[in-house]
Write a protein that binds this ligand. Structure first.
Ligand code: DGY
Length: 321
């Protein structure tokens, strides 16, 4: 029976399913396994179910003794895995695309509304019992910006970007997008394409990032690109922290070069740059984009199914390499 390491707690049903077919080692403490520890133990296993918390880099692959054959990531992103090293060692890598599209798109809408309507400030005011100390000024008290009718610029019009666009349209938002390639009219669904990011940014009331973390998308929003955004604009990120240069965004927020930001992802998570947490115009979440019962179950099941397919010589459901 192949031995499978599950690096973090996954949904109960998925663990049960896995245990029926495999000799499974669960992470009962549900604490991230440090890289050095993972490297020490991984050679006992034929397969691994991983999450974005695991550092599966060059050291990990260089240390393998030939037993491990597959890493099934619970997550659509796999920037924690060195794909090149996996390829060299002929280790299969799978991920969990599609099943989380709606949940991440919901989080995008949540951030759009929260950042533009000052939800963080408003919530803190009530929770700290300070509402009663405020003047109920009709034109000043917690006044934010409307979303309806505004333009949303999407960077990376993949599966999640397109569902976020569809939901944003329910608020009457106009959609424009920057992508490596122009989509078919069918997939564009009325959105206007920009082949050049710098031309799109001045048109954005909101800009939302939906690209994977790659060398090309690192700091796609930086001092120079942020300077092209209008002063009333709002930056949204549910993709990966690395797409934003923190110094540049924090400078823009502190100096009101843009209106606000809504962020679910950060560089160096969970140790995000503390300056974000001090800014009234920045609404922050702890990377909960896909965190719904339904979605985490579907992601867990997909990883288990990939392991099942691999060891039963069936086509993989979602193969990265
Ligand atoms: C992903 O799937 O990559 C998400 O960021 C995990 O929540």
């Amino acid at each position: 029976m192949p031995k499978i390491l599950v690096s973090r707690k996954i949904s109960d049903l998925a663990e049960e399913k896995l245990k029926k077919e495999f000799d499974v080692k669960l992470n009962l403490k549900d604490e991230p396994i440090p890289e050095s520890e993972l490297i020490k133990i991984i050679n006992e296993y034929d397969g691994m179910i991983s999450t974005g918390f695991d550092k599966i880099g060059i050291n990990f692959f260089n240390n393998l003794n030939g037993k491990l054959k597959i890493v099934a990531q619970v997550g659509v992103g796999y920037d924690n895995i060195s794909i090149k090293a996996a390829e060299q060692k002929k280790i299969k890598v799978t991920n969990t695309p599609n099943v989380l599209n709606e949940a991440v798109a919901e989080t995008t809408i949540l951030l759009i509304l929260a950042a533009s309507r000052r939800v963080g400030e408003a919530y803190n005011l009530v929770r700290s019992d300070n509402w009663k100390n405020q003047k109920p000024d009709l034109t000043k008290f917690m006044i934010g910006n409307s979303v309806t009718g505004k333009t949303l610029g999407i960077i990376g019009m993949g599966r999640i970007g397109r569902i976020a666009a569809k939901s944003a349209k329910a608020f009457g938002m106009k959609i424009i997008y920057y992508n490596r390639n122009k989509l078919s009219e069918d997939l564009e669904d009325g959105a206007r394409y920009y082949s050049d990011l710098n031309s799109m940014l001045p048109e954005c009331d909101f800009v939302s990032i939906h690209t994977p973390a790659t060398p090309e998308t690192k700091h796609i929003l930086n001092a120079s690109t942020i300077s092209l955004l209008p002063r009333h604009s709002v930056v949204i990120n549910t993709s990966r922290g690395s797409t934003i240069d923190d110094d540049a965004l924090i400078d823009a927020l502190e100096n009101k070069k843009i209106y606000a930001a809504g962020l679910d992802v950060f560089n160096n998570e969970p140790n995000l740059d503390k300056r974000y947490t001090k800014l009234d115009n920045c609404f922050v979440l702890p990377h909960i984009g896909s965190a719904t019962h339904e979605t985490r179950l579907a992601m867990s099941m997909m990883a288990v199914d990939n392991i099942y397919c691999f060891f039963n010589n069936k086509p993989l459901i979602s193969e990265v390499i």
